[in-house]
Design a protein around this ligand. Structure first.
Ligand code: FAD
Length: 334
């Protein structure tokens, strides 16, 4: 657990991640406690790691004291070992699903055949229930079901890197900066404090920009090359934003990339699988979570439960919360 600060222009237009006033509204609505920092002086006083000169005069901030970073590797391995303990999990590693066929009585008593291929082997798995969470490769499994993601869905290849900590005396919170002036993501940056998840992380911080110059229409275009243009902008911004006593800002390490599967409206898609775009008829016993738009990891336990409920019972007690993420939204599939 750690402090999280959202800060930026008081009236910044909305980005994919919202803006400070929208975060404030949401926290008020949900009665979540926070501390409001009403000026750049207040932000700098609370967290001297942010240089006063780098904060424009209309900057405000919100500090949420009960935030946290998740140890993703440990969480994933806990899920995996809990599932293994049931004795009912088989994992096919290094197999790609190359075909998917519904059969049986449509919409009632459906079964599914999944055709999977490895370099050496091909096999067919049959089941009564189907849950799909294929990331940016959604078309590879949805096309056989008659759904094609529209061209408005995009893959955003994001960049990140690490910097060594110079001194632990200056507190580094989890932070997100809405430095954008227009209604786009340019000017949004974020970072994490040093984390003790493994020895290599205890003395360095991970930071990034929340915008990209690498936007793709198809997984074949993914190249995993770190964007030099973006890293230059990120490094330049960090060296004015952050206190040089805290971080070795000249020593960027281990830059890498990862992928957002970005829906046309920036909201994820979770629900039953329609038999046609926008159709209220669904495949029986099936559900999906796709186009997660860069924000789904923390919901994995909840989404797992919802996906199972939708696949097995065809409904979930969380339905009213799910409506905003409906797979029937216009513009998702053709
Ligand atoms: C820069 C960045 C920052 C993020 N920050 C946050 C955050 O702060 N909080 C948060 O909650 N989330 C965050 N996320 C989002 C989070 O990482 C994703 O939501 C999550 O990893 C998506 O998991 P997934 O299982 O849906 O997809 P993936 O992890 O992409 O997994 C999909 C899997 O399906 C497999 N697959 C696809 N097609 C086939 C096929 N035909 N055959 C066989 N296998 C197939 C793939 O190999 C892959 O293993 C962030 C993501 C990025 C990139």
């Amino acid at each position: 657990m750690d402090d999280l600060i959202f800060f930026g222009h008081k009236d910044a237009p909305l980005t994919t991640e919202g803006n400070v006033s929208q975060v404030k509204k949401t926290m008020d609505r949900m009665a979540m406690p926070y501390e409001y920092l009403d000026s750049p002086d207040a932000i700098h006083k609370r967290f001297p790691v942010f240089n006063r000169e780098a904060l424009p005069s209309d900057y405000v901030g919100l500090v949420q004291a009960s935030s946290a970073s998740i140890n993703v590797q440990a969480a994933a391995s806990a899920f995996f070992s809990a599932a293994m303990k049931t004795g009912r999990l088989s994992v096919l590693e290094k197999y790609a699903v190359s075909g998917l066929e519904p059969s049986g009585v449509p919409h009632q008593n459906q079964t599914y055949a999944i055709y999977a291929q490895s370099e050496q082997d091909a096999l067919c798995i049959r089941g009564r229930h189907l849950i799909l969470s294929p990331g940016v490769w959604a078309d590879s499994v949805l096309n056989p079901l008659g759904l094609h993601q529209t061209r408005d869905w995009k893959i955003w290849q994001m960049n990140y890197a690490y910097w060594p900590v110079k001194s632990h005396d200056v507190k580094i919170p989890i932070w997100f900066e809405f430095g954008n002036l227009d209604a786009n993501d340019h000017g949004t940056f974020y970072g994490f404090p040093p984390l003790n998840f493994d020895p290599s992380m205890a003395n360095r911080v991970k930071m990034s920009a929340d915008y990209t110059y690498d936007v793709f229409d198809h997984p074949a275009q993914i190249h995993h090359k770190v964007s030099q243009r973006l890293m230059k902008e990120l490094s330049g911004h960090l060296s004015s934003l952050l206190n040089p006593q805290a971080i070795h800002l000249e020593q960027m390490e281990d830059a890498g990339t990862c992928l957002y599967s970005m829906s046309p409206d920036g909201k994820l898609v979770i629900g039953r699988i329609p038999t046609q775009p926008c159709s209220e008829t669904f495949y029986h016993g099936a559900s999906m979570c796709i186009m997660e738009s860069g924000r789904a990891f923390k919901y994995a336990p909840l989404f797992g439960r919802v996906l199972v409920e939708l696949a097995i019972d065809g409904k979930s007690p969380y339905q009213s919360d799910l409506d905003i993420f409906s797979p029937l939204r216009e513009g998702l599939f053709n």
